[in-house]
Design a protein around this ligand. Structure first.
Ligand code: ADE
Length: 232
């Protein structure tokens, strides 16, 4: 029996999903409210984990241990690192890495967590395909592509830092939870995908109206995720 865990860092990233869901119970653990019920004809658990990698890792472990989820979807917004990804576009993770890990002194690649044996966490192919198909069906006007998510405990808003993430990691978008969700899912043997709508350009863009774009972007992702559940 499939049970899908859906994680958003902020309220606005999961609010719509909670509304659409038939909620059976709400369980609170580690100061997070886990909404357990049915969404898109599937058993699902929807949760706001809070911002950053520690919150996200804890949340995945609770989804694994207490709710025994079989799949994990992370939905939310991100800053673009790719000129081909504009505000409102959607990036589905092919792979994910930590941009703020540096153990190069011992011969590891920048971004590589020691003793893992690799740097990039691979998203599940079936979930990538379902997310792409769902996006084309519910948001046909939107530009969607697959690519690399790079995550760290930093909001990127400086063009030199942005350039470093592009040059060093070939990232397509940046946010603050994806790598932690990927890493924790990997350790628990749970397939995952990260779905992010672009809310900003991860630089000091003068024209940026972050709260407006953030709301619109989060709503695109919610529609996609709800439909994706029917395809899993
Ligand atoms: N989430 C949305 N935009 C972001 C950015 N520029 N940096 C980190 N996380 C983000």
């Amino acid at each position: 029996m499939k049970r899908i865990g859906i994680i958003g860092a902020m309220d606005l990233e999961v609010a719509q999903l909670k509304e659409w869901m038939q909620v059976k119970e709400i369980v609170t653990k580690a100061s997070m409210d886990f909404y357990v019920g049915e969404l898109g004809g599937r058993d699902a658990v929807v949760v706001r984990c809070g911002i950053g990698k520690v919150n996200a890792a804890l949340c995945v472990q609770i989804l694994a241990d207490i709710f025994e989820v079989t799949h994990i979807i992370n939905t939310g917004v991100a800053g673009s690192l790719n000129a081909a990804l504009d505000i409102g576009d959607i990036l589905i993770s092919k792979d994910v890495l930590h941009h703020d890990v540096d153990v190069t002194i011992f011969g590891y690649q920048l971004g590589e967590v020691p003793q893992m044996g690799f740097r990039e966490f691979q998203a599940d192919e079936g979930m990538i395909d379902a997310a792409m198909a769902a996006c084309r069906e519910v948001n046909p006007g939107l530009h969607v592509r697959t690519g690399r998510v790079v995550s760290g405990d930093q909001f990127i808003s400086d063009k030199e830092v942005k350039q470093r993430l592009i040059t060093t990691f070939a990232g397509d978008c940046t946010e603050m939870e994806g790598a932690s969700i990927a890493h924790s899912s990997y350790l628990n043997g749970i397939p995952f995908v990260i779905i992010r709508a672009i809310s900003d350009k991860a630089d000091d863009s003068a024209e940026m109206d972050y709260p407006t774009f953030e709301r619109e972007a989060a709503s695109h992702c919610a529609a996609l995720v709800a439909h994706m559940l029917t395809l899993l």
